[in-house]
Design a protein around this ligand. Sequence first.
Ligand SMILES: Cc1cc2nc3c(=O)[nH]c(=O)nc-3n(C[C@H](O)[C@H](O)[C@H](O)COP(=O)(O)OP(=O)(O)OC[C@H]3O[C@@H](n4cnc5c(N)ncnc54)[C@H](O)[C@@H]3O)c2cc1C
Length: 318
Amino acid sequence: MKVIDHIKNAKGKTLFSIEILPPLKGENIRSLFDNLDPLMEFKPPFIDVTYHREEYVYKKKEGGLLEKTATRKRPGTVGICAAIQNHYKIDTVPHIICGGFSREETENALIDLHFLGIDNVLALQGDAIKSEGRFAPESDGHRFASELLGQIVGMNKGKFLDEDLGNASPTNFCVGVAGYPEKHFAAPNLKADLKYLKLKVDMGAEYIVTQMFFDNKKYVDFVTQCREAGIQVPIIPGIKPITTKSQANVLPTIFHIDLPTELTDEVEKCKDNAAVKQVGIEWAVQQSKELIKFGVPTLHFYSMGKSDPIYKIGKELF
Ligand SMILES: Cc1cc2nc3c(=O)[nH]c(=O)nc-3n(C[C@H](O)[C@H](O)[C@H](O)COP(=O)(O)OP(=O)(O)OC[C@H]3O[C@@H](n4cnc5c(N)ncnc54)[C@H](O)[C@@H]3O)c2cc1C
């Protein structure tokens, strides 16, 4: 079932959803299920699974020479989605990225998802390769999420790359896209960013999932500005409980977001990470309670591979 239909069927009640990462290469899928099992209590109607492209690693060869090799540390997005749908009978939302894919590889990946009965995708530009710092598309790939979205929407109308395909059976994906309450780091200003967000919605994106934020005012202002810009689709807030002291610096570095002083003051006072985790849980619960009052369609928790804090938050809310 489509994410947008889950939201419609909830008739204004806030849903619980999560984003998970595929396990590191070599890990067992059982550990992922062990992590997810407790969260089933909150009846997530859908689970997002991130996509991680290749990284470059340098291996020392005989004679001291370094060999550069590409490796994907977290493969398996499609397999995990299919396994979750099979095991829990819950819809999944694989993240589909522009980076590393030609248009044909994108088409083939979407055909696989369609055959597996996956009805949803989140269309993204994707992170840059870690060592490269800047996003670069494949020569025959997409640069922006809107271009990728165009391909998916085209396939939903039976339009495949091979124009000679007559009577092609259309796919039927519900497509979500990303939005940034604190602006995407590469956008010159929020207004410019919103222009391209609106483009994605005008092209057929049916909902938006936000980058994590720790100050609800940023989300509320973002929703207001989206509505003023004519973006009317549901805007799902992304919530991440802070769990370690180092995240107070790491999260702003990676995700280009601010942490409120009140929160960082509390984190600084903590003697260890167990205390930080507690602060993070309480902050996320408070944020979530306010967001439910605001009427958000879904609370979307970034688990980053650890369900324990999300379980404690869910217990307070659902
Ligand atoms: C909810 C969520 C989930 C994510 N999941 C993943 C994941 O699984 N894997 C992963 O690798 N990354 C993931 N990311 C990270 C994301 O891929 C990066 O933030 C990326 O830099 C931007 O992706 P986007 O889809 O928002 O890009 P886009 O919408 O393409 O926007 C990228 C930038 O280009 C600008 N822009 C957009 N269109 C145009 C245009 N036509 N002309 C000029 N400028 C334009 C935008 O303003 C923005 O600054 C996720 C992010 C979020 C918020």
